[in-house]
Ligand binder design. Structure first.
Ligand code: C2E
Ligand code: MG
Ligand code: MG
Length: 636
């Protein structure tokens, strides 16, 4: 200011060197005004600056607040995520551990620690895999060399390979370990306890190849073992396949029940195992069928000895929950390579030999012979021929009358089937009924007989019954009842005019179920006769088991009457017992007048035989039924 004032004083000086006060005042006023203007300008720019700073400040504050909020949000999200990851890691059944590129632990889950019983104070981030494994080695949850294990692991993860191992722990657990490499050179390991899964898988695999009742190999495993064993046969060795079937097992099952049947099969399996060497295989094919591979059966005599031993062992009595049971076994044998070199072929041939053993009387064994194959083929051919015969209507029924001895009247005609063969002419039932029974064809054939016999009988006088023979298989078949009802209904024949003839073998084979079926038939009003009595076990006890309407004494006793053997006593005993039980007694095969009088004297109430009439065609019998008079009996 002093400098300014000195300059103003200088300026206000006149030329004479005096101070022009007016000029000075003017100068000062101008200077003040200028200064005032400057100050005001400065003030304005300061306030502008303050305002700008203020704005800047506010915006910064806003930004900071925004960022803080975002960070907080992120932090919350991270926390949330961490909780979720923790929850996931610690609650999943697998254990998880993460390691860095120097094989140090980064993190691990609780299940991982629990799985191996690892203490939290030891298992901290930074612990090396080797240290960890050494601890596990000490506590028995690891078997092996920790360093070698680590090295292998590091080598494979370094190459970026995922490594999976199934580890059997010393304590019996099985753990599936998966090591996934990570980008930074470390890896993530998941450990899963698969002990139960493994056990279940093993069990399923076992079940698929074993029989659940006896735990013996089943057919699948048997065939596999046979295929393996046949490799040795191709190298010049021999083996034997034995096919076994228990005789009368069905009877045990039906009379004593399935539980006892099952128990029997288990004991049989045990006895079979005892008979074999470790290198042999015994399998159950189902039901009462078993099969054996006798390895290295160099000499057929050894196989025969084994078969004989099995027959002997299995026929020894069984003590099954209070029941003494006896069964026999039949065995068919095929030897490789002679009888085949393929599993299916050997089993088939052994089965065929078994069939031969059964036909030879059961309880025995047979080696396969090519002739058996030929017999089987001819059976198959017969099967086809019989089916064709049935389809083409080549069967016909003949009828043989039964004469009541009280009033000498025909009471009933027995239907006897014949096969009218296009080339061979009439074939008797003895030639084809056994085959039809074996082939199962007796069921449709029997149904045809039943329908035809009922339809024919419906054309006869009302007081004449018709008798139809039933095979055991038919009696056991579930469709017997519907067949009988259907045949009666279709013919319009009252049930009381139908008699069904069964043989003793029916009662021997299947007591409970058979008796139930027979009772149901009898409730319908159908009569039941015991046919060929005396040819089976001739057990009078059968007569008490079921209230038969009629007892037909087999013709061998009638022909024996003249020879003075036991027949007389037997026929007398049987007739008197039958009479006391209210049954009709029919003498079969009466061929002479003498026999007729004899059986009449012995108390038989009915006769059937050539002396009365041979079996006749429907036309012939129909005529006879109208014209028959007792006198004719003697001349027939
Ligand atoms: P079966 O039921 O005992 O029938 C009586 C058999 O004895 C008949 O033989 C008959 O011709 C014969 N016969 C009758 N009287 C005399 C006689 O005085 N002397 C002699 N020596 N024989 C006599 P066929 O017709 O050959 O029948 C044999 C067996 O075939 C029958 O014996 C029966 O068990 C069975 N059969 C016949 N037809 C059928 C059928 O439709 N179904 C079933 N399942 N079996 C049948
Ligand atoms: Mg008969
Ligand atoms: Mg008979």
């Amino acid at each position: 200011m002093n400098k300014l004032f000195a300059r103003q004083l200088e300026k206000a000086k006149t030329a004479a060197g005096e101070t022009d006060l007016d000029a000075l005042r003017e100068l000062i006023v101008t200077a003040y005004e200028q200064s005032d203007r400057d100050r005001r300008r400065t003030d304005r720019s300061i306030s502008l600056m303050v305002e700008e700073l203020d704005q800047l400040n506010r915006s910064l504050e806003r930004q900071v607040a925004d960022r803080t909020a975002t960070l907080r949000e992120r932090e919350a999200q991270l926390q949330e995520q961490n909780i979720r990851i923790d929850a996931a890691l610690n609650n999943m059944s697998q254990g998880l551990a993460m390691f860095d590129s120097s094989a140090r632990m980064v993190i691990c889950s609780k299940p991982y620690m629990t799985m191996y019983g690892l203490p939290p104070d030891l298992i901290k981030p930074g612990i090396t895999v080797s240290e960890l494994l050494r601890y596990r080695l000490k506590t028995g949850t690891f078997a092996g060399d920790p360093d070698a294990y680590t090295e292998t692991l590091l080598a494979s993860t370094a190459k970026g390979y995922a490594v999976s191992n199934i580890v059997e722990l010393p304590d019996g657990r099985t753990i599936l370990v998966l090591n996934h490499p990570m980008a930074n050179g470390g890896w993530v390991a998941t450990h899963e306890d698969i002990t139960e899964r493994r056990r279940a898988e093993k069990k399923i695999a076992h079940m698929a190849r074993h029989d659940s009742l006896t735990d013996l190999p089943n057919r699948v495993l048997f065939q596999e073992r046979l295929s393996e064993a046949l490799v040795d046969v191709h190298r010049g060795k021999r083996l034997a396949v034995l096919y076994l079937d228990l005789d009368h097992f069905k009877g045990v099952n039906d009379t004593l029940g399935h539980l006892i049947g099952d128990e029997l099969l288990k004991v049989v399996a045990g006895r079979l195992r005892q008979c074999l060497r470790d290198t042999d295989t015994v399998a159950r094919f189902g039901g009462d069928e078993f099969a054996i591979i006798q390895a290295a059966a160099e000499n057929p005599r050894d196989t025969a000895a084994l078969a004989a031993r099995i027959c002997q062992e299995l026929s020894a009595p069984y003590e099954l929950t209070g029941h003494a049971v006896m069964v026999d076994v039949s065995i068919g044998i095929a030897i490789a390579p002679g009888d085949g070199t393929e599993p299916v072929e050997l089993i088939k041939n052994a089965d065929m030999a078994l069939y031969g053993a059964k036909a030879d009387g059961r309880g025995t064994y047979r080696f396969f012979e090519p002739a058996m194959d030929a017999r089987m083929k001819s059976r198959r051919a017969l099967d086809l021929t019989l089916r064709k015969a049935l389809a083409e209507g080549q069967f016909e029924l003949h009828y043989q009358p039964l004469l009541n001895l009280t009033d000498n009247r025909i009471t009933c005609c027995e239907a006897l089937v014949r096969w009218n063969h296009p080339e061979r002419g009439l074939i008797q039932p003895a030639e084809f009924i056994p085959a039809a029974e074996e082939l199962g064809l007796i069921v449709p054939l029997g149904e045809w007989v039943m329908r035809k016999a009922c339809a024919d009988a419906a054309t006869w006088p009302d007081d004449i019954k018709v008798a139809v023979n039933l095979s055991p298989i038919q009696v056991m078949s579930a469709n017997l009842m519907p067949v009988v009802i259907g045949a009666l209904a279709a013919a319009g024949l009252p049930a009381s005019r139908l008699e069904l003839e069964i043989t003793e073998s029916v009662l021997m084979q299947n007591t409970d179920a058979t008796l139930a079926a027979l009772h149901r038939l009898r409730e319908l009003g159908v009569k039941i006769s015991m046919d060929d009595f005396g040819t089976g076990y001739s057990s009078l006890s059968y007569l008490r088991k079921f209230p038969f309407d009629k007892l037909k004494i087999d013709r061998c006793f009638i022909s024996g009457l003249a020879e003075g053997d036991d027949s007389l006593a037997i026929v007398r005993a049987v007739t008197s017992m039958a009479r006391s039980l209210g049954m009709i007694t029919t003498a079969e095969g009466v061929e002479t007048e003498q026999q007729l009088e004899h059986v009449r004297a012995l108390g038989c109430t009915e006769v059937q035989g050539y002396f009365i009439s041979h079996p006749k065609t429907l036309e012939e019998i129909s005529r006879m039924l109208v014209s028959y008079s007792p006198k004719q009996a003697k001349t027939a």
